[in-house]
Design a protein around this ligand. Structure first.
Ligand code: UD1
Length: 417
């Protein structure tokens, strides 16, 4: 198993390019199942989760190959099943359910397993598919969905769900008639998917608002699509600049996707200057404190909560961070405490009392964003931090250690016994 070893205390300086967004690439890859032919996707990040989605598509008979772009030929699909072995490694595998049942009238997808950040059920995906006329059965750890052809319907999600919205959006494109999706997720990745589906021939309005309307069409065609930049990677790099008192130009970050993150960083004293498609981030000598709550977009993203908490550990003053999207998403807290952070948790709120400095320690990553938070803490800490179980990191960050090293950090990957 690999670990990442960080020698803290280096000020980050220079420029960094942001990769394509994992959470946009995954649904767009799944959407190729709605078409027959060759789609060309550019700016796809080379990540473990993307490889898992590619393996799923290949299992179904798609041919995928990397050029500079990722080329997906979905002409000869033979299988509408997603097996446990693949689904268990990535919850987002559930994104194939909507497209498969819409196109073939049948899908059998393993239930995603338990997950480190809460129960994360898929009940809302299933209820919405039933509204479109799918018959759903749960048996032997699999969801089976049947229908002759999906028909449009009125869906109102009880909770905002990103992949739930995406699954139904894809399914509704091939349904007979009009579907309305209320309380839809407004995340930029949903908008990116809707844009791709529209270019495939889908008729969609309202993506990016709480109400999406989809007029079903008989078929969709393959497309060329460019994956948007990863706003969570951009946010992580912004915190890396801030936490080291650095001066970093982040290329390709879209400020309109990062509103809540920029606002909070500015509140704690970080200077953020847009320069064309570059965001220049300048960390202060001492970070101020702030309170925040995570929310669906355009609120502060839960996927940036752990990273922001790392920053608050060395702030001047007390901060409170409330996690409202997922239960049990504070697993980084124990590890940050091992590095000297002063944090206590009451229900879904972490109280953080800033300390003058963290000290390097061996720590263990528990999920994707928690691993990023530990690396950020390591960049600021005195001495050496060793982050183990970094396979979580490889699921969602492309070449993070190279990018940080290029900015002057001392970060290296070592292989462990
Ligand atoms: C997506 C993102 C993930 C991000 C999350 C919230 C992808 C691939 N993943 O995950 O990085 O952290 O959005 O921004 O895009 N829920 C239910 N029933 C359901 C579905 C969801 O109760 O059927 C609940 C969840 O347990 C959670 C909340 O709804 O409490 C939001 O989850 P959701 O938006 O669905 O997260 P994902 O789409 O899995």
């Amino acid at each position: 198993m690999n670990a990442i070893v960080i020698k803290g205390g280096k000020r980050l300086e220079g420029s960094v390019d942001i990769s394509g967004a994992k959470n946009a690439a995954l649904p767009i890859l799944a959407s190729t199942l709605l078409t027959s032919g060759t789609s060309v996707l550019t700016n796809v990040p080379r990540l473990e989760d993307v490889s898992t989605m590619i393996r799923l598509l290949e299992y179904m008979g798609a041919e995928c190959r990397w050029h500079d772009s990722l080329i997906v030929d979905s002409t000869r699909l033979k299988n509408s099943e997603a097996p446990y072995e693949l689904v268990k490694t990535m919850r987002a595998s559930i994104l194939v359910l909507g497209p498969l049942v819409a196109r073939y009238g049948y899908a059998r997808v393993s239930l995603p397993g338990g997950c480190a950040i809460g129960a994360r059920p898929i009940n809302l995906h299933l209820k919405a598919l039933e509204t479109l006329g799918a018959r759903i059965e749960l048996e032997h750890g699999y969801v089976t969905a049947h229908c002759d052809r999906l028909r449009g319907g009125e869906i109102s999600f009880d909770t905002v769900t990103v992949t739930g919205t995406e699954n139904i959006l894809m399914a509704a494109c091939l349904a007979d008639g009009v579907t309305t999706i209320d309380n839809a997720a407004e995340e930029p990745e949903v908008v990116a998917l809707a844009e791709t589906l529209s270019r495939m021939g889908g008729r969609i309005s309202g993506a990016g608002t709480r109400r999406i309307v989809v007029e079903g069409v008989p078929r969709l065609s393959p497309v060329a699509s460019r994956i948007m930049p990863d706003r969570i990677e951009a946010g992580t790099m912004m915190v890396a600049a801030a936490i080291t008192g650095g001066d970093v130009r982040i290329r390709g970050a879209r400020q309109e996707h990062l509103g809540a993150v920029v606002t909070k960083l500015e509140e704690v004293g970080v200077k953020i200057e847009p320069e064309g498609d570059v965001l220049r981030v300048i960390g202060p000598e001492r970070i101020g404190s702030a309170d925040l709550r995570t929310h669906p977009f355009p609120g502060f993203p839960t996927d940036m909560q752990a990273q922001f908490m790392a920053l608050m550990t060395i702030s001047e003053g007390d901060s409170r961070i409330s996690e409202t999207v997922f239960e049990n998403r504070f697993m980084h807290v124990n590890e940050l405490q091992r590095m000297g952070a002063d944090i206590s948790i009451q229900s879904n709120t972490a109280h953080i009392r800033g300390v003058p400095h963290l000290s390097g320690a061996p720590v263990m990553a528990t999920d994707l964003r928690a691993s990023a938070s530990l690396i950020l803490a390591g960049l600021a800490a005195r001495g050496e931090t060793r982050v183990t179980r970094i396979y979580h990191l490889d699921r969602g960050y492309e070449q993070l250690e190279r990018k940080l090293t290029d900015l002057g950090a001392s970060v290296r990957r070592v292989s462990e016994e």
